[in-house]
Design a protein around this ligand. Structure first.
Ligand code: 2RA
Length: 358
């Protein structure tokens, strides 16, 4: 049946991408049943979408509650204020892209290929942080089979993680840099062109940034495995919209690169790019615009030996890291079978854990 779908924050980088993904995935929504919401600044304007021209409405809880699904592509502060008001008392499903509810025990944090079953009867569902959403696609198939005891992550994160403004600041900064003008910066803590910045989100008391802690908190929650030891260094680099990440895992079971690659080849949402002869490996340039997360450079760890692997992943920050994951969550709500919810041995089941848990 046709669904009434609202996108709040429709003019932002993630919101715009959500509308494209809905169309591309043939989500059951039409120009008439799609509603775009934004703040006073954009309300009343017309947005050109893959469905046709659509007028942006001023957001109100009442209007949002008329929908079946509401995607929030706005700040955590906005989500904290409104998400529950929209979804409570028989309201629509609310899929929130902010970090506002990700760490609440009673709110599911979902990557459908991994834990669609966690949605249960919850009307409010949190979409993970982009860095986590990309890494877990490659980690989950390996975790199910071999058990990941420790995870070390170093990230190379694109400007799009800071939204449209971040991408704009990088583009303009690059142009200015090349003609010898000053590189202004507001979004990033320092000029990003021809630089890397080891600082994303706020510093925490333990010296890590919140972005780095999100990888630890969210991976454990999505895998329902609180014991995993995770350490991350998150770095902003001057790429536009695909995050790259170097991952090192220590596993409970012995793991071989060839076996790991076979598992990854079968895994949904993953594209293996691993051929040294052909210089084939994940890169932002090739991962951009793809739903799949690229995985490659898979090799036995020199530190953890037969119980460890090093690898490199790259995923589109606006898609798997935000918009497409959110739309896949809505798909999983409508057709739970699509993501193997509850199927024994399915990607989302913990059946295979028994290998290493015992
Ligand atoms: C970033 N993870 O890349 C953030 C966006 N969600 O800045």
């Amino acid at each position: 049946a046709t669904q009434k779908v609202g996108v709040v924050g429709a003019t932002g980088a993630v919101g715009a991408e959500m509308i494209k993904v809905l169309k591309d995935r043939r989500f059951p929504v039409t120009l008439e049943t799609l509603r775009l919401f934004a703040s006073e600044r954009s309300a009343g304007k017309t947005l050109s979408t893959p469905y046709g021209e659509k007028k942006i409405e001023l957001f109100t809880v009442e209007a949002a509650r008329e929908c079946d699904f509401v995607f929030l592509a706005v700040s955590g502060t906005f989500a904290l204020q409104y998400a529950k008001k929209i979804s409570e008392k028989g309201g629509p499903y609310v899929i929130d892209n902010s970090s506002a509810f990700r760490y609440d025990d009673d709110i599911p944090l979902v990557v459908p290929e991994i834990n669609a079953a966690a949605i249960g009867s919850s009307k409010l569902i949190a979409n993970p942080n982009c860095t986590t959403a990309i890494a877990v696609m490659a980690l989950w198939p390996l975790h199910r089979r071999y058990g990941i005891k420790r995870l070390l992550v170093s990230t190379y994160q694109a400007a799009s993680g800071a939204g449209q403004e971040g991408m704009e600041e990088l583009r303009t900064g690059m142009e200015h840099y090349l003609i010898g003008r000053d590189c202004q910066h507001q979004v990033f803590a320092h000029p990003l062109p021809f630089n890397v910045i080891p600082h994303i989100d706020k510093f925490q008391e333990n010296g890590y940034t919140k972005e780095e802690m999100k990888v630890a908190w969210e991976t454990r929650k999505i895998f329902d495995y609180p014991h995993m030891e995770v350490s991350c260094t998150a770095v902003r680099v001057p790429t536009l919209r695909a995050h790259a990440e170097a991952l090192t895992i220590e596993t409970y079971q012995e793991i071989e690169p060839a076996q790991a690659l076979l598992l990854l080849q079968e895994a949904p949402g993953v594209e293996v790019r691993d051929d040294r002869e052909k210089n084939l490996y994940p890169m932002p340039l090739t991962a951009t615009g793809k739903y799949e997360v690229e995985v490659g450079r898979v090799r036995q760890s020199l530190v953890f030996g037969r119980k460890g692997l090093d690898m490199f992943v790259c995923g589109d920050q606006l898609l798997r890291g935000a918009a497409s994951n959110a739309v896949f969550i809505a798909e999983a709500v409508l057709s739970p079978d699509k993501y193997g919810v509850g199927r024994e041995g399915g990607w989302g089941s913990t059946f295979a854990f028994e290998h290493w848990r015992r």
